[in-house]
Write a protein that binds this ligand. Structure first.
Ligand SMILES: Nc1nc(=O)c2c([nH]1)NC[C@@H]1CN(c3ccc(C(=O)N[C@@H](CCC(=O)O)C(=O)O)cc3)C=[N+]21
Length: 289
């Protein structure tokens, strides 16, 4: 039996519609929510993401503020801009696109963002609030992955989840969200012994390692739900490039119960969740929560 294909594009579009409706009703009473995106340097992939973030922000009825700074921008100048955005009442959410150039300490920059405007959920205050189940802003990619899981199975209680990858951006916060949803969570990484055997026990696999097609079909328990967070650009034999995930999709699809594609899986959800976090932050700042 072939796997259910989890359509991230469709789930994200439905989520954006809900957000747009709520933004419209909110905007009757108050200023519309605003999202500021800061890009340092000219990384082409980052430029594509920033452009689609701005477009979708406007589409749901929010204000979009874009800041494109040259690659040589100093840490001090970036910190100054963040101070301005923290103080600007039209800005509800601030996102500083990662990675940052080497002269800038990303940790320092992320800590400078007002936690109530930290729509990426990367500030230690939000990390701590989410980890203790005390609220806080959830990071967009793990939140999107969780919503995709719940789109095929509403109750995840008691399921064995294996997350492959231990990054602060995906692996660790994903573990917190799955714990919160009642899963038994294992975080695997490059030093894990016998990763294939560990994965074979999982009801849920979340792949977030950034290695093209590393997770093979025979690592997957029949019927398991597979969420592929990886976005890897690889060169084809004919010289063209294409996007693949961290999961060998064709093999995995034959075994899994449900699986996300790349592209069209977690990626679109990341942006939809960014908009959701911006709306949540805007409501909190307007004391409508
Ligand atoms: N502070 C910060 N927050 C981020 O959330 C953040 C970041 N920095 N730096 C870069 C990564 C990457 N990221 C993506 C968002 C959407 C897609 C996406 O929509 N991808 C499409 C395909 C896009 C394509 O064709 O290239 C898809 O998977 O279907 C991908 C990647 C957010 N990031």
């Amino acid at each position: 039996m072939a796997a259910i294909l989890i359509d991230g594009k469709a789930v994200a579009a439905a989520l954006r519609q809900e957000i747009a409706a709520e933004v419209a009703s909110l905007a009757i009473l108050r200023e519309k929510p605003g999202l500021a995106v800061v890009l340092v340097g000219e990384d082409p992939a980052s430029q594509v993401y920033v452009r689609s973030k701005a477009k979708q922000t406007v589409e749901v009825g929010m204000a979009s503020f874009e800041y494109r700074l040259e690659a040589e921008t100093s840490e001090g100048d970036l910190l100054w801009l963040i101070g301005e955005l923290n103080a600007n009442p039209d800005v509800d959410g601030i996102l500083v696109q990662l990675p940052l150039p080497p002269q800038i300490d990303a940790t320092k920059v992320l800590r400078a963002i007002d936690p109530s405007k930290d729509v990426d959920g990367f500030h230690p205050t939000n990390v701590g609030l989410v980890a203790t189940g005390a609220g806080g802003i959830m990071p967009c990619t793990p939140l999107g992955a969780l919503l995709l899981l719940q789109s095929v199975k509403t109750d995840l209680t008691g399921l064995d989840a294996v997350i492959v990858g231990r990054s602060n951006i995906v692996g660790k916060p994903m573990a917190q969200l799955l714990l919160g949803a009642g899963c038994t969570v294992t975080i695997a990484h490059s030093r894990t012994r016998d990763l294939p055997a560990l994965c074979r026990r999982a009801d849920i696999i979340v792949a977030a390692v950034g290695r093209p097609e590393m997770i093979r079909g025979d690592w997957i328990k029949p019927g398991a739900i597979v969420i592929d967070v990886g976005i890897n650009r690889v060169g084809d034999a004919d010289g063209k490039s294409r996007l693949v995930g961290d999961v060998a999709f064709a093999e995995a699809e034959a075994v899994a119960g449900a699986i996300t594609p790349v592209p069209g899986g977690v990626g679109p959800m990341t942006i939809a969740c960014l908009l959701r976090n911006t709306l949540t932050a805007a409501k909190a700042r307007r004391e409508l929560d």
